[in-house]
Every structure is written in structure tokens, then in C-alpha cells.
Design a protein. Structure first.
Length: 262
């Protein structure tokens, strides 16, 4: 049965949905599993016709880690929002990156809790007027790329919903990467955060892997006034969590691990 689409007209989620579908179309769909948390992003589960699991708020990542552990043959993508994985479930994101679980996390970065009609998240701009910050967000925004970099993520990239070709190519590269891959997608949210005009003006595509990824990640501080780099910041392969578990180097209880950051 076809599910009616309830995203707002002009929402960047349409681009992520389309890019993900195009990438998944090239894969063996019977071996693809996707997860999502709670938020506008999560409706992607209803629109992509593959094995899927709606998680709790902030929990698409640990569910994806569990699926990959249970069946390493699957390609697992976790779709999440900034409120979902930078607020509610940030510990899960950090631990999945640290473990190098062989999953792909796609962060729909719309910089507010959109589904619950506009509250500030960890990555909202400072001063952002919202229903939970009527006098302006008093906090500095969190740099999502720096967070996963600090946790040891092997593949870190950023794209933008206004750059469809770039978005699709970046997602495809992330899925093919062996080990934990993280793609932050700057997403327009016309209802609460605008049409992404700033992103159209300020983003530029990096031509190659930066020598100093952290310096490039810091080029944009998630507030106004800087150029915003798009592309792959870091690409480094190492043994995955699933490989380590299989070789028995780590004789640990899977449930214990998954619960450790809950
Ligand atoms: Fe998209 Fe924002 Fe509407 Fe949610 S509230 S569907 S993120 S435009």
C-alpha cells in the first residue's frame, strides 16, 4: 500500500528520500535494512520499500548496530535527525562511532525539533527563537562532525539537500565504506528554519580529502559568517566491530554492549 507523504512542500527530506532510494536501487534490496528514530526524518521509513525499523526517539543508531551484529550480511542505514541523535541519543552515536560498527548514519540536519513544532536542538544557531527558547537559544551550536571525529569515526562527510548529485554520490560512498560512516545532510526546513538560502550561498565542494580534517570541520561553526565545506572530510578503514566480535577477540555479551550507553 502506498503511504501518503506528509512532509511539508519544499522540505529537504524529499531530497534525502530520493537520494537514498537511488542509492538503494543499485543495491540488493533484500540485503538492505534501514532504521529511523522519531522526528520528521523518520517518515522516510514509510516511503522506502525495504526492511525497516522505527526506533524510539534517539535510538535508530543502536538498533542499526544490533541489526548489523545479528546479520553482518546486511547493509544497514540509520536515518536520524539532529534532535534525535545530537540530543536524545547522542551517547549511542558516539559509541557506534567508537566501536566502528559497519553501519551508515545519515543525519537530517534541520537544526530544530521540527515534528514537535520548533524547539531548539544541540545544533540550532545561537539566538534561535523557538518555542523552547522564546528569548533566543542561549547555547553555542554543537559541531556534529567534530563529535563523531572525536569518537573515532572512519568516514565523515557532509552534503546538502540542495545538491542532489552530490548528496547521492556522498551517500553511495558512505554505504560502500567498510566501517562506521557518518553523513551530515544540511536540510532545508521551510516550516521552521527556512529554505536553506544560506546553504546555497555559503556551501562549497571540497575537491579532495583535506590534510587536516578537523581544521576543515571547524571552518563553519554552525553560526553565521563562514563558508561551509561539503564533501568527505575523513576516510580511513580499520577492522569493524562485527569483525572483532566474530574473531572472538572480544568475548562480550551483545545485549550488555547495546545497553551500556542507554
Ligand atoms: Fe520538513 Fe520542517 Fe515540515 Fe518537518 S516541519 S516536514 S522538517 S519542513
Amino acid at each position: 500500500m502506498k503511504t501518503p507523504n506528509t512532509w511539508c512542500p519544499g522540505c529537504g527530506n524529499f531530497s534525502i528520500d530520493m537520494a537514498a532510494k537511488n542509492v538503494i536501487e543499485k543495491m540488493d534490496k533484500s540485503k538492505v535494512a534501514i532504521t529511523a528514530g522519531i522526528g520528521c526524518h523518520a517518515k522516510i521509513i514509510d516511503y522506502v520499500n525495504v526492511n525497516s525499523f522505527y526506533g524510539l526517539h534517539g535510538r535508530p543508531v543502536p538498533v542499526a548496530v544490533g541489526i548489523k551484529l545479528a546479520n553482518p550480511e546486511l547493509d544497514v542505514l540509520a536515518f536520524s535527525g539532529d534532535g534525535d541523535s545530537l540530543n536524545e541519543g547522542i551517547s549511542h552515536l558516539i559509541h557506534a562511532a567508537k566501536r566502528n560498527s559497519d553501519i551508515t548514519v545519515v543525519l537530517h540536519q534541520n537544526r530544530n525539533f521540527a515534528l514537535t513544532v520548533k524547539q531548539f536542538t544541540a545544533s540550532s544557531p545561537k539566538g534561535f527563537i523557538s518555542n523552547s527558547s522564546p528569548d533566543g537559544n542561549p547555547e553555542e551550536p554543537l559541531n556534529a562532525l567534530e563529535v563523531v571525529h572525536a569518537a573515532g569515526a572512519g568516514f565523515i562527510a557532509r552534503s546538502f539537500t540542495g545538491e542532489m548529485k552530490h548528496l547521492e554520490e556522498t551517500l553511495e560512498e558512505a554505504v560502500k565504506h567498510k566501517g562506521f560512516s557518518f553523513v551530515e545532510v544540511l536540510q532545508s526546513c521551510p516550516a521552521w528554519q527556512g529554505n536553506g538560502e544560506d546553504y546555497h550561498e555559503k556551501t562549497y565542494k571540497m575537491r579532495k580529502l583535506p590534510r587536516n580534517p578537523l581544521k576543515r570541520m571547524k571552518e563553519w561553526n554552525y553560526d553565521n559568517g563562514e563558508r561551509i565545506p561539503l564533501g568527505v572530510f575523513k576516510k580511513e578503514e580499520k577492522s569493524t566491530f562485527e569483525e572483532e566480535m566474530k574473531t572472538g577477540k572480544k568475548k562480550v555479551n551483545v545485549l550488555e554492549i547495546l545497553n551500556s550507553s542507554a
